[in-house]
Design a protein around this ligand. Structure first.
Ligand code: MN
Ligand code: MN
Length: 365
């Protein structure tokens, strides 16, 4: 029995929602196990209070039937009008539709107009917050996949460190990491692999470029892979040759903040408190103004989801929640250091998905 679908239908019954229409590929896969990348075509999961069906382009029919846990899979050919079929299949299950819910954050306006006609109502509400709430606590099965995604991220970090040599560019290192991961069966990284050298790492969202590696500077890796539809995300900063005393001090402050926060995780605490704990360590060391982003973000089917770990988030941490702990110090034009592990909350504390050593690694080559 599909527990996620039941949880959704219980909610639909309590809120008198007649139809839920979902077409964000990640959300569809979350409920149905069917992973897809439909581009402009429609892959939709449609749920009524007593039934459900999956609607896919006919070229995806076999995969959808094999992978998904949904009994009824309907298809449309490119020359057909998909909305007519959606309307027909939905009205086979329900006579009258008074309230439809969609995920407003991902539904396009064009599709919204089509759905009003297909379902013959203009009464639409947002189901997004409820689904975010469902997705925030992971099942053991989801966590098991994320553990393997984490192990692969550890491997990717090691590959990156092993590839460092004077003169290599950031892009070259990123390409080596991505290629080696592909050889290991990873079809997709969680996001574009980040490799930044020296002062370039001072911008937290910099892009790997033509910059060449010099002796005696930091290298920042931020990467993750998708494994069976679940993401990993980890950052390590390592020294290539001898770094300055100030750089070493900055590294120790970031590491201390990261570890202090990771050790403080407990079910029952506020998410915001965790951000404050890490921030306090960095402020006490005098670098507060150089930590200019939240402590972390939730992770699961995508590298960024709920809960957001920022100072004013009142969400209470529960076992099964998964998020990153990634403090950083960025001194513009000079140096950037970040250390990141993603963790899942347990009954006692938390467990990290990645286990690459966090003591400052120095590479002489
Ligand atoms: Mn990251
Ligand atoms: Mn992250």
């Amino acid at each position: 029995m599909n527990k996620k679908r039941m949880q959704l239908q219980d909610y639909m019954a309590s809120e008198q929602i007649d139809v839920v229409y979902l077409d964000n590929p990640n959300t569809v896969a979350y409920f149905t196990n069917f992973e897809s990348n439909p581009h402009e075509r429609i892959v939709a999961y449609i749920v009524t209070q007593s039934d459900d069906f999956l609607f896919v382009p006919s070229l995806e029919k076999e995969e959808a039937r094999e992978q998904s846990n949904v009994e009824n899979v309907y298809t449309y050919r490119d020359e057909e009008n998909p909305w007519g079929i959606i309307s027909e299949k939905t009205f086979e299950r329900i006579e009258e539709i008074n309230l439809v819910c969609t995920d407003e954050a991902s539904l396009t306006v064009a599709r919204y107009h089509q759905l009003q006609e297909a379902f013959n109502t203009t009464n639409f509400e947002d189901i997004g917050p409820f689904i975010d709430q469902m997705r925030v606590v992971k099942t053991q099965d989801e966590i098991d996949k994320m553990i393997i995604a984490g192990e692969l991220a550890d491997e990717a970090l090691q590959i990156g460190m092993d590839s460092l040599v004077e003169g290599i560019t950031e892009q070259e290192v990123a390409a080596i990491i991505d290629m080696e991961m592909k050889k290991r069966g990873v079809s997709e990284m969680s996001f574009s692999t980040l490799v930044l050298f020296g002062d370039h790492a001072a911008s937290p969202h910099g892009n790997p470029g033509e910059r060449q590696l010099k002796q005696n500077e930091f290298v920042l890796f931020d990467l993750g892979v998708i494994y069976n539809g679940y993401a990993s995300d980890a950052t390590r900063t390592v020294a290539f040759g001898e770094i300055s005393e100030k750089e070493e001090e900055i590294y120790e402050v970031v590491l201390n903040a990261q570890r202090t926060a990771q050790e403080a995780v407990k079910p029952g605490m506020r998410a915001g408190e965790l951000d404050q704990i890490a921030r306090q360590v960095i402020e006490d060391a005098g670098y507060g103004k150089y930590f200019n982003h939240r402590l972390g973000h939730g992770i699961g089917k995508t590298a960024h989801e709920f809960p957001s770990i920022h100072g004013s988030n009142e969400t209470i941490l529960e076992p099964g929640m998964c998020f990153s702990i990634e403090p950083g110090i960025y001194v513009p034009g000079e140096v950037g250091v970040r250390v990141e592990d993603c963790v899942y909350v347990t009954e006692e504390g938390c467990q990290p998905f990645t286990s690459m050593d966090k003591e400052l690694a120095t590479i002489y080559r």
